[in-house]
Design a protein around this ligand. Structure first.
Ligand SMILES: [Fe+2]
Ligand SMILES: [Fe+2]
Length: 202
């Protein structure tokens, strides 16, 4: 049976990948004639990335899972060092995206390309980061870690649950959850699609 912590990590990766792909798709399509809803949902999605993966998921990987794996298999040190570096860079990258989104919203379409370029780099960076974790670490983890390690990991990864990944709504994040799911178009949310009308970006 797959360890619980592994399921949590993989489910959070899937959710993050879906959020990233939706963000990129929505940004490409632009606000059309609904700038308020458009910027509102993009802001909420960036906040989600800052709040859950950056502050909950990554610190537990870096402080708990990675050291356990390196102890069990020292050859993983090189890949772990690179992933740790990416965790450290992640928060600053989200801040830059939030700032560039605000610039697009407040300064207009002239700032759109800078946000889109930064977002595309970020989405590539993040999908690659998760794919390295899955290929190099998560696949090997069941063979390398002891049952004692898994008890500790299960406890840690169960201490927070991502409301988008689990559907469990922490009241303090209810507003964020509702905003994303209700406003974002499919496949992430249930909101209606933004009309794609070229030349109407605000
Ligand atoms: Fe990570
Ligand atoms: Fe991860």
């Amino acid at each position: 049976m797959k360890p619980h912590a592994l399921e949590v990590i993989q489910s959070e990766h899937s959710t993050l990948a879906a959020v990233l792909r939706s963000l990129a798709l929505m940004a490409e399509q632009g606000p059309s004639n609904e700038p308020e809803r458009f910027f509102d949902v993009l802001r909420a999605m960036l906040f989600y990335i800052d709040e859950f993966p950056e502050r909950q998921h990554h610190p537990k990987e870096s402080s708990l899972l990675f050291p356990m794996l390196v102890r069990a298999e020292p050859q993983l040190q090189t890949v772990v060092a690179q992933l740790d570096k990416e965790h450290q860079a992640g928060e600053e990258k989200v801040r830059a995206l939030q700032q560039k989104l605000l610039a697009w919203e407040l300064m207009g379409d002239g700032r759109r390309a800078r946000f889109i370029d930064t977002l595309q780099d970020y989405v590539r960076f993040y999908l690659e980061h998760m794919s390295v974790e899955e290929e190099h670490l998560l696949c090997a983890a069941p063979l390398l870690l002891s049952s004692h390690d898994w008890i500790e990991l299960d406890r840690a990864f169960n201490s927070h649950r991502d409301p988008l990944a689990t559907g469990i709504r922490d009241p303090s994040f209810e507003r964020l959850f509702t905003r994303i799911v209700m406003s974002a178009p499919e496949p992430l949310g249930i909101g209606r699609a933004f009309e794609s009308q070229a030349g109407q970006h605000t």
